[in-house]
Design a protein around this ligand. Structure first.
Ligand SMILES: [Zn+2]
Length: 196
């Protein structure tokens, strides 16, 4: 049996310059944007992620792929009720327009910071606005893992990684791992092979 490399999918990782730059707003959802959206969903799924932002995929635009799982707790926020049944999905020009005062702290990871996890404090509830790939305007209150994931992804579009939001103590725990990751290169490849 022979194996043939069909395609290489990659995600930019810690140390890549593109991850530090704010992304541009999308003015028109062109066929090219639709193509990027499809590729981003595929890339996110190949890497087993629940979210992937434009700069991670290598485009400098405000686009995010999401695959947030539904929570076991049925008391979900309006945003989760609206968006979770649509997963996987792509959102365009997402914005956090308000955030509640109550915060919680949970372990986060990131496809751009592979195999490193650390606790991040974030607001529990956010008021969120975005456009779907089909042009539907969404504005809703989100809680749960979706609220955390949206904040993490919108951070990516501002050039911020979750490791930038750690306390000094928590950052010092992962600092040497981050240095090693940076040394190992700024891209992680996923080679999809098919048997022929
Ligand atoms: Zn991330």
């Amino acid at each position: 049996m022979f194996f043939k490399t069909k395609n290489i999918y990659n995600v930019n990782t810690y140390g890549a310059e593109i991850l530090k730059k704010p992304s541009d707003e999308i003015k028109d959802v062109t066929p090219e944007i639709h193509k990027i959206a499809e590729e981003m969903i595929l890339t996110m799924q190949l890497f087993d992620g629940i979210g992937l932002a434009g700069p991670q995929y290598g485009v400098h635009i405000r686009i995010v792929a999401l695959a947030v799982p539904a929570p076991e707790n049925p008391a979900i926020s309006p945003g989760e009720a609206l968006l979770l049944p649509r997963m996987p999905m792509v959102i365009i020009n997402p914005e956090i327009i308000a955030a509640g005062e109550t915060t919680d702290t949970a372990e986060e990871g990131c496809l751009s910071v592979p195999e490193i996890f650390a606790p991040v404090e974030r607001p529990q509830f956010i008021q969120f606005r975005a456009q779907t790939i089909d042009g539907e305007l969404i504005e809703c209150e989100c809680g749960g893992l979706l609220a955390r994931c949206l904040q993490h992804e919108v951070d990516h579009l501002q050039g911020i990684l979750f490791v930038d939001r750690l306390t000094k103590e928590d950052f010092s725990v992962i600092e040497s791992k981050l240095k090693r990751l940076k040394k190992s290169g700024s891209r992680k490849d996923f080679k999809k092979t098919i048997s022929v």
